[in-house]
Design a protein around this ligand. Structure first.
Ligand SMILES: Cc1cc2nc3c(=O)[nH]c(=O)nc-3n(C[C@H](O)[C@H](O)[C@H](O)COP(=O)(O)OP(=O)(O)OC[C@H]3O[C@@H](n4cnc5c(N)ncnc54)[C@H](O)[C@@H]3O)c2cc1C
Length: 271
C-alpha cells in the first residue's frame, strides 16, 4: 500500500516550520520517519501535509550539564547512545537506548520523536517518566515545558498540540547515591520488548517504569515493598495484554521476574 497524497514542506527555520504547521488543517511533523512513514504507508495516518523538520539548524544538539541531559529534536538515538558524557550524568539513558530497535533504525529515529509518539511499547517515554523529565514545545504562540507526568494522555497520545513542535527533551541527572538498571525481554535483539523494566533506587526510595505491559508509559512507586512482592505490587498498576507475540500471562510473568532482577541491579549500582 502507498501513502495517501500529502503536501510536503521542508522549512529551514523553526519559525517557518511553526507557521506552516499552524496554517495546515491536518499536518504531521516528520523527524526520523521510523514510526510515521510506516503509519503513512499502511494508511493508519493520512495527514494532509508533512512538515519535515530535518533541515532546521540547531535542533541536533546534546547538552550535558550537572543538571541533566538536554536532547534536541533532531538527535538520533544512535548519536545519543554514542555520546561520551551522557552515561556519567544519567546512565539510564544509554542503558535503555541500547534496547531501542536495531542499529539502522537508531541511526535515523530521533529520541524526541520516540517520546512524543508516546508508544507504551517504546523505551524512552517510560525512561523520561521515571526520571521526571520534560519536553520543551514550541508553537507560533510561544514555548512551554511539558513535564513527563502530564505528557502521556493515552495510547499513543501525547499532550503535544497539533500546532506544536517538540524542540527538546530533558532527562534530569541521577542524584549522588542513586542507582539505575534496565532490562527487557524481546523475541529477537532489537525487536519491541515483550516486557521491559527500568528502575531507580535512591536510599529507601524504589521506583520502576514498565515497557509494553500497559496502554501508557507507567511508573510505579515500590518503596517499602518486600522483594518477593515486587511483581504483584507492580502488576496491580499494569495491564499486560495478549497479542501474536505473547500471552498476557507470559507478560505478567516477565514483569515478576524482571522487576525483582532490575531492582536488585539498581540497588547494587547505588551501593
Ligand atoms: C522495525 C522497527 C522497530 C522499532 N523498534 C523499536 C523499539 O524496540 N523501541 C522503540 O522505542 N522504538 C522502536 N522503533 C521506533 C523508532 O524508535 C522511532 O525512531 C521512534 O519511534 C520515532 O522517532 P522518529 O524520529 O522516527 O519519529 P517519526 O517517525 O518522524 O515521528 C513519529 C511521530 O512523532 C511525531 N514527531 C516526531 N518528532 C516530533 C517533534 N519534534 N515534534 C512534534 N512531533 C514530532 C510525528 O509527527 C509522528 O506522529 C522501531 C521502528 C521500526 C521501524
Amino acid at each position: 500500500m502507498k501513502p495517501a497524497p500529502f503536501a510536503y514542506h521542508r522549512p529551514t527555520t523553526l519559525a517557518e516550520a511553526l507557521e506552516t504547521l499552524a496554517g495546515e488543517s491536518y499536518a504531521k511533523v516528520l523527524a526520523g520517519g521510523q514510526s510515521l512513514v510506516p503509519l503513512l504507508s499502511m494508511r493508519i495516518a493520512a495527514p494532509h501535509a508533512l512538515v519535515d523538520i530535518t533541515a532546521i539548524p540547531g535542533l541536533d544538539t546534546i547538552e550535558v550539564s550537572e543538571a541533566g541531559v538536554r536532547v534536541g529534536a533532531l538527535v538520533r538515538h544512535a548519536d545519543l547512545l554514542a555520546h561520551p558524557d551522557v552515561r556519567r550524568v544519567q546512565p539510564l539513558v544509554p542503558e535503555a537506548l541500547a534496547h531501542v530497535a536495531h542499529a539502522t533504525i537508531r541511526n535515523r529515529g530521533t529520541t524526541v520523536g520516540s517520546i512524543v509518539h508516546a508508544d507504551a511499547a517504546a523505551e524512552m517515554p517510560v525512561v523520561l517518566s521515571l526520571l521526571g523529565g520534560s519536553v520543551e514545545a514550541a508553537s507560533t504562540g510561544g514555548t512551554r515545558t511539558i513535564p513527563a507526568e502530564e505528557l502521556f494522555l493515552g495510547p499513543m497520545e501525547s499532550a503535544l498540540r497539533p500546532d506544536e513542535i517538540a524542540t527538546s527533551a530533558f532527562f534530569p541527572a541521577l542524584p549522588a547515591g542513586a542507582g539505575v538498571a534496565f532490562e527487557e525481554i524481546s523475541r529477537r535483539q532489537g525487536d519491541y520488548a515483550l516486557a521491559g523494566v527500568a528502575a531507580v533506587v535512591h536510599g529507601e526510595s524504589v521506583r520502576a517504569g514498565f515497557v509494553s505491559v500497559s496502554d501508557v508509559p507507567t511508573v510505579v512507586d515500590l518503596t517499602g515493598v518486600p522483594d518477593d512482592e515486587l511483581g504483584e505490587a507492580a502488576l496491580a498498576h499494569l495491564d499486560p495484554a495478549e497479542d501474536i507475540h505473547a500471552t498476557a500471562g507470559y507478560r505478567a510473568q516477565l514483569v515478576r521476574t524482571l522487576v525483582r532482577r532490575v531492582v536488585t541491579k539498581a540497588r547494587e549500582a547505588a551501593a
